[in-house]
Design a protein around this ligand. Sequence first.
Ligand code: GLV
Length: 326
Amino acid sequence: MKPFVYVTRKVPDEIYERLADKYNVEMWTEEDKAVPRSILLEKAAKADALLTVISDAVDEVLFSQAGQLKVVANMAVGFDNIDLEAASRHGVSICNTPDVLTDTTADLTFALLLATARRMMEAAEFVKDGEWTSWAPMMLVGTDVHHKKIGIVGMGKIGTAVAKRAAGFDMEILYHNRNRHEVAEEMLGAQYCTFDELLAEADFVVCLAPLNQDTRGLFQREHFQKMKNDAIFINASRGPIINEQALIEALTAGEIAAAGLDVFDKEPINADHPFLTMKNVVALPHIGSASKETRMAMMGTCCDNIEAVFEGRHPKTLVNKDVLQF
Ligand code: GLV
């Protein structure tokens, strides 16, 4: 009997075929809707492997019903949608897709920073709406990025890749992280700061930390109040790291100047979300890793991991290494 692999979102034919060559594969095929929880649970109950995305909650309820599940290949570097402790207890290997998305996500993060600072979305709307009737000295002026101070919260691989891009813009680089990053300090001149120092000094505060119990709700109103009034806040990691209401209040009160957001507390955001009426907010639909090359590489990594488990090898990007003891 071939292992049963359930894929929770429609993937391109070549990925489907790669899996279908070796396994019994089923896939959720509705393009504009995530797999309903009831179907995910029903399929997981029979699955040997799941290929999941970040909107799938992979939790104790799922594991307790999924008696033959061996591996969950999550198509993301983040794995906050998965209960790792429960996975290890149930003997399920959890894999993610680091490395292949680092530069692509850093590109998007820096593009979001530039777009927010230079009011690019507003300017594009202005042209599309036919409002561009003349050239004026102070029309749609934004703020400079080059030679400013960037403060990166979370100096992992993506944070470091953003720092490299910032160095190319002659920015002064501040960072806050659990551990010092000697390589970034030596190669890019990055300066380690406390969280409060970074908030007080940076012109651009860029959140790239993973979501976990230490970072959930890390940014509260008081933290936005510590930033400069002309600071720009960028979030390209996970929405729940910030108190979204606090950010709305800080932007409304003029405590910070603008925000560029690729991630939100609850995704997707509704059409009546307050961010969507704020001119100084650039909101993107969680597209950090969304280049064709990178998304194909991420799905390739998921296939590699599933194959490794069924071929008795350790998956290359296993997250819950303690599963090996079970
Ligand atoms: C996307 O958000 C990811 O974690 O890869």
